[in-house]
Design a protein around this ligand. Structure first.
Ligand SMILES: [Fe+2]
Length: 327
């Protein structure tokens, strides 16, 4: 299927200055000079990944899904139309605003505005983070992931999986119903959670080094009202992260060490979405039942590292070798 990555996010808000302060000094993104009615931010070599726009209805978002080229975009548009989904071929001025070569727009069954695009523009100058971070893990894994709550999860799942080509990494049916879907090695680019109302819960951004997460959490101690959860480790994508409030109703999850998935592994059913540890406040915030509360000390997994952000210890430990053999 055509969709390759979560390419950009647009947020409808008029709190442009608050968002600019948040995206730069708190998250570490780089501001980009744009029209006065919006603010845009870089996370990597692309001209923009996140934009805050007064022209987008406040409280709503625009989700940009990347395809390889114009032919893939046409193919996706044709398949959507054949399935009865209204598709708009957007004009060149909107493509310019999005910093892409071409795009279409359509809605998911919950009413979220989705855009599919190709040809993201690359900036002339190297990415320069606004706070001292190692950088964001993007590239083939896209800008991160998002979690959406939807009133009709079966319709949403059919749309994202069967029509758009997302694959299920894992899912849970009780005590809550949720599906984690991937389009590349990132464990999930979108998570769908059944809830009475449609909403975007959070955007995940992933840093290269764990220290970026810890230092970001330290910075938040000056503004404790912004903290949604403590640092914790998720049990499915193995992300070590914390959650914080933004100037809008959505949250940002700042993480490190998410695991890769492949299409050969069948979807796994989870019995719980509780974290291995931490994330205190997160499950309470989403109104999860007490059974979703972490079971302290009962589960663990190796850290998920990428080449270049670890040093392998030279020593050997007989006790550890024995422990690994017996796992
Ligand atoms: Fe997340």
């Amino acid at each position: 299927m055509e969709i390759q990555a979560f390419g950009y996010l647009g947020v409808g808000s008029s709190d442009l200055d608050d968002w600019a302060a948040f995206a730069t000094s708190t998250v570490g993104m780089q501001p980009v000079d744009r029209a006065s009615s919006m603010r845009a931010f870089r996370m990597d070599d692309r001209k923009q990944r996140l934009f805050i726009d007064r022209a987008i209805e406040p409280g709503t978002q625009v989700f940009g899904w990347e395809v390889a080229n114009a032919a893939a975009l046409d193919q996706l548009a044709a398949r959507l139309e054949a399935a009865g989904v209204a598709v708009k071929r957007e004009p060149a001025n909107l493509a310019d605003q999005r910093c892409v070569a071409g795009l279409i727009s359509f809605a998911d069954p919950a009413g979220n505005r989705l855009e599919a695009f190709h040809g993201a523009q690359i900036a002339d100058a190297p990415f320069k983070p606004s706070r001292d971070i190692s950088g964001f893990r993007t590239g083939p894994q896209g800008m991160g992931h998002t979690l959406l709550t939807v009133p009709d999860i079966d319709a949403a799942l059919a749309f994202y999986k069967d029509l758009l080509g997302f694959r299920i990494s894992d899912f849970i049916v009780a005590p809550l119903k949720a599906y984690f879907l991937h389009v590349n090695p990132r464990h999930h680019s979108v998570a769908l959670v059944a809830a009475p109302v449609r909403s975007m819960h959070h955007l995940l951004v992933e840093y290269y080094l764990l220290d970026d997460v810890g230092q970001g959490f330290d910075l938040l101690q000056n503004a404790p009202e912004k903290i949604v959860s403590t640092i914790g480790r998720h049990s499915n994508d193995l992300m070590t992260s914390y959650y914080m409030r933004t100037p809008s109703e959505i949250y940002v999850e700042c993480g490190w060490g998410g695991k890769d998935v492949d299409d050969a592994t069948p979807p796994a059913e989870m019995a719980s979405v509780a974290s291995f540890w931490g994330h205190k406040g997160l499950f309470e915030d989403i109104g999860a039942p007490p059974s979703a509360a972490p079971e302290v000390g009962s589960r663990r997994a190796p850290v998920q590292v990428i080449e270049g952000n670890y040093n392998r210890m030279a020593g050997v430990c007989q006790w550890w070798d024995e422990a690994r053999r017996n796992r």
